[in-house]
Write a protein that binds this ligand. Structure first.
Ligand SMILES: C[S@@+](CC[C@H](N)C(=O)[O-])C[C@H]1O[C@@H](n2cnc3c(N)ncnc32)[C@H](O)[C@@H]1O
Length: 357
């Protein structure tokens, strides 16, 4: 039987085409955000007020013709404002917070460094779709690791010491007096350093299986002057050394692991009897339909390129995905023998769980 041609609703088609044009511009602009970030264009604009392309080029050691084109793309996307009378461009205060201020909770340039570096493995991930093979974190461009740190750091800066740790029962007191802490899957160690700086009497070790991340973590820690109470070691989650930890933390890394249950069992035996496992995971509902929103979209996309292939590249290959949701994280903890599990905080990007033996 011949298949009938679908009836096309012109309004829906036009609306979708409008959406797609916006997305096309946004996709290419991702590369321009990284250029603006790396060349200090946003930072220069944040300090300058309304500026001409020539002035911005002079300030940043760049060339006027490229800057003019870049500024027009920024203006068309609403990243900067253009005044046709003065022919000057302004980075509004709100955009400056998001694009020029590394310490702001709204800082987004790291997200675009992460996204553009992620796409460099497009060919390999495309063939992994067909073969089913994994693709490890270490196989990606290093910008995935450095961008990931800058992506998550603003959220940790804003929440970790001020609200997540105080939400855990009895942990802040232990950290103030002097506790033993492990940060598993620490990447470049932003979370480790934040805690080390806030709780100078405690000892922190960050572990990650990725050697290059650990080397960068050590370098940043030396520059921050935190070497007295902070170390970094290459170790996978299932076999990091040491026992008697008062606090073990996994920041946005549990779902990446091939064997999260194996890792959770190892955490359990490494914890002191009254120790705590702090699990920070991407925010997600348990059902697909709960995650069909802008944050879920970004996480599913990163998960397709990064988290799922990484998990598939390791033993077991459980591949929880970045949108695992609370129930699956709870199941992992229970399967590893933990008996207490509670959600203690959340932000637009993260859910925070306290897990105890
Ligand atoms: C999304 S990144 C998070 C990094 C860091 N915790 C942060 O919040 O910025 C996930 C990290 O998990 C690490 N990872 C993946 N599988 C691992 C494993 N089996 N053992 C230890 N680390 C692992 C990766 O190398 C990567 O640094």
């Amino acid at each position: 039987m011949a298949v009938q041609a679908p009836v096309i609703n012109e309004d829906k088609l036009n609306a979708f085409m409008g959406q797609v044009v916006g997305e096309l511009g946004a996709t290419v602009n991702a590369g321009l955000i990284v250029i603006g970030d790396k060349l200090g264009l946003y930072k220069a604009m944040a300090q300058s007020g309304p500026i001409t392309p020539g002035e911005l080029a002079d300030k940043t050691g760049t060339t006027e013709r490229y800057i003019r084109e870049w500024l027009n793309a920024q203006a068309a996307g609403g990243f900067v404002e253009y005044n046709p009378e003065t022919q000057r461009y302004l980075l509004p205060a709100e955009q400056a917070l998001a694009l020029a201020n590394e310490d702001s909770p709204a800082f987004v340039c790291g997200a675009f460094e992460l996204a553009t570096a992620t796409l460099r493995s497009g060919v390999e991930i495309q063939s992994a779709f067909q073969s089913g093979a994994g693709f490890g974190w270490h196989q990606h461009d290093i910008g995935v690791s450095t961008g990931c740190e800058r992506f998550f750091r603003p959220g940790y800066n804003a929440n970790l010491v001020s609200s997540w740790i105080p939400a855990l029962s009895g942990v802040e007191e232990k950290l103030r007096v002097g506790a033993k802490v492990a940060d598993i899957g620490c990447g470049l160690g932003a979370s480790t350093r934040l805690m080390a700086k806030a709780y100078s009497r405690s000892r922190f070790t960050g572990f990650d299986y990725h050697k290059e991340s650990i080397e960068l973590a050590r370098k940043e820690t030396k520059e921050a002057g935190l070497e007295d109470n902070t170390r970094f070691e290459v170790a996978p989650a299932a076999s990091f050394p040491g026992t008697g930890y008062d606090l073990v933390a996994t920041f946005d890394s549990l779902h990446d692991m091939g064997d999260p249950v194996g890792a959770a069992k190892h955490v359990r035996q490494a914890l002191a009897a009254d120790g705590t496992w702090l699990v920070v995971e991407p925010i997600a509902g348990d059902k697909v339909e709960q995650n069909l929103n802008p944050v879920g979209r970004a996480y599913y996309a990163f998960s397709t390129f990064l988290c799922t292939p990484n998990s598939l590249s390791q033993d077991v290959g459980l591949a929880l995905g970045a949108q695992a949701g609370e129930k699956r994280i709870h199941d992992v903890a229970t399967a590893a023998g933990f008996t207490r599990f509670r959600r203690v905080a959340e932000t637009p990007f993260n859910a925070v769980y306290e897990v105890r033996p």
